[in-house]
Ligand binder design. Sequence first.
Ligand code: ZN
Length: 332
Amino acid sequence: MNEKFRSRIITSGDVSPDKKESIRRRHTDGPMYFESLDPSIAEAVDAHGLEILPEEIALIRFAEDVTNEAMRKAGVKPFEIPLNHYHVLPAEVYEKHFSGNATTYRYKWSESIFMNADSVNRKVLFGSITLHELMHVKSHRTLHVIATDTGLEINHRRDGVSVISNKAEEGEFFRGLHEAIVATQEKISFPDMLSIPEMKDDKNFWESSEAATYRQEMSEYTGVPADDFLWVQPVGDTGIEWRQFSYHHHREVLKFICEKIQETYSEYADWVGVYEEFRNAHFNGDLLKIARLVEDRFGKGSFRILGEMTNDDESAIQCLEKMKVLSGINVR
Ligand SMILES: [Zn+2]
């Protein structure tokens, strides 16, 4: 099968075909396009970067395999990020430069993953966050190359399924769907991740009745569904620490849509089969098929409603209500 590159280049003004091809290659062919880091970030990495442990390298390999397999299914040429583009920084250093648990970082042509050491201090968290960020790193890109008086200006127009308007005030569409696709893969791949040899202890604990009891108790306490915990473990004498798969509300929207579509189209054995159509779009950038599936099931204009979902929880909750109304289910 002829695999496509993950990047597409559109141009304005005088951009030669050779230049266009060289940009596409630098942005597509893997290590070639990974260059240096921003000097202040490079300094932080040099001074404070923590060693990536052997079992973490195994989890990186797992995430690379999952994403490359998904890219192949989407008809896209896979690539790998060099190991030295994965960075774990102590929390106080990480928080000076980035926010949250982890960041997919772009600088010029370089692309790397930065993780907050406090957020990945368990193998299971490291593995899940790595897979999440790698889904972002390898997503489809459309780059708009504009010839200006001072040289070439390069803007992202598409990132996975996200559409970035060239009018700043319009912002980005489909960002919420983008995160839903990424986070759903995190959850789907979890049992396979636990099955790699380096995760044997975690798997044993996860499958124990002790862990099941913790999940049940914490589910009652927090309202998080018991099967949505990524990790629950007692800490010290009284505390229990827990973590949920990311973007719960966004995943609910995507799962609901996939289930409704699956009811209509017999070619899909289950909702995951429909999910894979969305994941294909994340990697190959082709929105037509998912737009048609959504609009055929939920009506004209429904794909645009899905596009308005941002990465904010409240936006996902509202989007689910709207999609339920459109699907014919009564909501209170
Ligand atoms: Zn994300």
